[in-house]
Design a protein around this ligand. Structure first.
Ligand code: BTN
Length: 259
């Protein structure tokens, strides 16, 4: 399987060391050719805000809801640490904040949107996923770890019909090192410069769920409804059988978008 036409587009230690992030996120970047998961490695390193671990391939990438995350060559897989939550945000809102940061950056490459809570999608296919983990304080002094998997130059087989990549959408390869820097800088901008109200307003504009028919599991029952809004804490308000429900997590399929 051919992944690259131009090998300069690959993530590499040399290329990354020449790039400097402009803020806290990505202020120290550790690159590895292969890891089980960036979440495993980041916990072994000295913890500080913005510490970032990136790799070209994961052998045990983890996704939301206990799924695995396909992490073949051509993707950009990274995790970063937030030790001090910016005072503008509640902890449970951080994934929403990061989803906006990632979507802003990827919009420079392809016309993307956010599928609640934190998938980045183009033309109904997923090009990026975000997962936030919080380890217990006794473990590594109470930090939040945000993991981002971007399908940059990946080639997907038909076994993943709802996945796509920036290369597949735009028709050309992207430089993964520059892409990583763009995303880190954009997350930094949103995390340290915006208010919660600004984030919510822009998130709502980019979110494809609002006003659409959705299906989801709510209190162990499969329900259908219409997404009314995304609320201040990042939860989703759904109108189903004349009742307003608040959904905090889980898998939501949106009519017309991959499900
Ligand atoms: C999702 O299921 O949508 C979230 C996927 C998150 C994948 C990223 S890749 C970098 C980091 N390390 C992992 O093992 N998972 C996250």
């Amino acid at each position: 399987m051919q992944v690259y036409n131009d090998t300069n587009n690959r993530l590499s230690k040399k290329a990354l060391s020449a790039l400097k992030s402009k803020g806290i996120i990505g202020s120290s970047v550790f690159f590895y050719d292969e890891l089980s998961s960036t979440f495993d490695k980041i916990r072994e390193l000295p913890q500080k805000d913005g510490l970032t671990v990136v790799c070209a391939k994961q052998t045990n990438g983890v996704g939301r809801l206990g799924r695995s995350w396909e992490s073949t060559l051509g993707g950009v897989y990274f995790s970063f640490v937030i030790k001090n939550i910016p005072p503008a945000f509640e902890m449970q809102f951080i994934t929403t904040v990061c989803a906006l940061g990632v979507c802003r950056a990827l919009s420079k490459y392809v016309p993307c949107h956010i599928k609640w809570p934190n998938d980045i999608v183009v033309n109904g296919k997923k090009i990026c996923g975000i997962l936030t983990k919080c380890y217990a304080p006794s473990d590594v002094a109470g930090a939040l770890y945000v993991g981002v998997g971007i399908n940059a130059n990946n080639n997907f087989s038909s076994s993943l019909p709802y996945a796509s990549s920036i290369k597949a959408v735009s028709g050309s390869e992207v430089n993964e090192n520059a892409l990583l820097l763009d995303v880190l800088n954009s997350i930094d901008d949103v995390l340290y410069s915006l208010s919660a109200e600004d984030v919510l307003n822009e998130y709502r504009q980019k979110c494809i769920n609002i006003g659409k028919e959705v299906s989801l599991v709510y209190e162990r029952e499969e329900i259908q409804g219409v997404c009314l809004n995304i609320l201040k804490d990042g939860s989703m308000e759904v109108l189903s059988q004349a009742k307003k429900l608040i959904v905090n997590s889980g898998e939501v399929s949106v009519k017309g978008i991959y499900s």
